[in-house]
Design a protein around this ligand. Structure first.
Ligand SMILES: [Fe+2]
Ligand SMILES: [Fe+2]
Length: 193
């Protein structure tokens, strides 16, 4: 799925469902961080009008996802907890190139975003197919579709603005790195946990 090297064990969905307040809190903050990432790309690459417009759309979509998750938290009588640290995303960030040209960093930032969208999409699919809660299963199915579109968008911009970066080669390296990294996860009630 989406080139991912390792698929999530469906039993992770049971761990997630065993603590809905926690998974929903973690999920809400994932959406907020996705919006922040889109805004970061706008701030740092303002010369690309098509990217700026698309990232503005994505930022709004991600905040709409955030709002929807918080709405579910409220409806169910839960409380949105404080922002959760996302260890998986922090580990991914370490792989992003920061020492090359400005364009090299830009392309890697897009691939970093595509990678998170791909894994999030896969995790939402696992949730939609395996949790007992019908309302949430439908919600996660809809989000899976949305994040798949974001994945395509980020990868598309990486190819468009690649210049001297070999995007196919670099993307293969990202998939390889992520495939190793994700082996340490899949056992906690967090979207990337
Ligand atoms: Fe989202
Ligand atoms: Fe997304």
């Amino acid at each position: 799925m989406l080139g991912l090297k390792l698929l999530t064990d469906p039993r992770w969905a049971n761990i997630a469902e065993s603590n809905l307040e926690e998974i929903l809190t973690d999920h809400a903050w994932c959406e907020q961080k996705a919006a922040s990432n889109a805004i970061f790309l706008i701030t740092n690459n303002s010369e690309h009008a098509d990217l700026v417009i698309k990232m503005a759309e994505i930022a709004m979509e991600e905040m709409e996802h955030f709002r929807q998750v918080v709405e579910i938290i409220k409806q169910r009588g839960y409380t949105l907890g404080r922002e959760r640290r996302d260890d998986y995303v922090n580990q991914l960030m370490k792989f992003a190139r920061k020492d090359g040209s400005r364009n090299t960093s830009f392309i890697d930032r897009l691939l970093f975003a595509a990678m998170i969208e791909a894994r999030s999409c896969e995790r939402f699919r696992v949730l939609s197919q395996n949790i007992q809660d019908k309302e949430l299963a439908k919600f996660y199915y809809d989000l899976m579709v949305s994040e798949a579109t974001h994945y395509t968008t980020f990868l598309g911009f990486a190819r468009k603005y690649a210049e001297d970066v070999d995007v196919d080669k670099r993307w293969a390296e990202w998939l390889e790195y992520e495939g190793q990294l994700i082996q340490s996860y899949g056992n906690s009630e967090a979207i990337h946990g």
